[in-house]
Design a binder for this molecule. Structure first.
Ligand code: CA
Length: 234
């Protein structure tokens, strides 16, 4: 599951450079050139990190940052602000508005990549963990193996990604649409009922005999890794 990064920058050359390099690092990158477009975009989908330019057409980076911090859905998203040299006196204002980090143009790409990595690690350590576990379920990313109470479980690629996604966000309820976005990717059109099919398969493979079901169906909402299940297993 690669982290999603939204780059909001109106300089085309820089956007291309950032997209290329972030993409090469394995991130899922999206770029927007205008502040107001970014605002609209962010109401639809929340990325894992935002690289945000200070001066933008439509809506300034500062104003966008302020708005994002005021909304519960985007309150916690790590934001790296980009600014031109000489605007450093504005630094305090930038951080006060809620940016997590600040980088002055022109900057070196490796430096930006290091900051992105650092912020993502702080924001969600489970994304980079090798072994994810929940209750008696364990998923080893390096070996691509899943086990429940030490019993090896052979999952298909989609069920594996689905379980990995749940393990990255234990207890959180996801709608079918969010699962489609997170597991299948947003560029693929798949019927939402497909999610139910794969949830069904995952359940069947995870729950041998009388194991309690770790996946909770939330009526009218979607699915979650059940936190009651982990409490029972402890
Ligand atoms: Ca700019």
């Amino acid at each position: 599951m690669s982290a999603r990064i939204l780059v909001v920058e109106d300089e085309e050359a820089l956007t291309t450079l950032l997209r290329y390099n972030l993409d090469a690092e394995g991130y899922d990158v999206e770029t927007v050139m205008r502040g107001d477009d970014a605002d609209t975009r962010l109401k639809e989908r929340v990325p894992d990190l935002i690289v945000l330019d200070w001066m933008l057409p439509g809506l300034s980076g500062i104003e966008l940052c302020r708005r994002l911090r005021a909304r519960p859905e985007t309150k916690q998203v790590p934001i790296i602000m980009l600014t031109a040299r000489g605007e450093e006196s504005e630094r305090v204002r930038g951080l006060a508005t809620g940016a997590d980090d600040y980088i002055v143009k022109p900057f070196s790409v490796p430096e930006l990549l290091a900051r992105v990595k650092g912020l993502l690690r702080r924001a969600s350590p489970e994304r980079l963990a090798t072994v994810l576990s929940y209750g008696d379920i364990e998923l080893d990313r390096d070996r691509r193996r899943v086990a429940r109470s030490g019993r090896a479980i052979d999952l298909g690629p989609t069920e594996y990604r689905l379980l990995e996604f749940f393990l990255e966000h234990p207890g959180r309820v996801f709608t079918r649409e969010q699962l489609l976005d997170g597991v299948w990717g947003r560029d693929i059109y798949i019927d939402e009922r497909t999610v139910d099919v794969h949830i069904g398969r995952l359940r069947k493979l995870l729950n041998a005999e009388s194991d309690p079901d770790p996946i909770r169906t939330v009526r009218g909402a979607g699915y979650a890794l059940d936190d009651r299940f982990v409490k029972a297993a402890e």
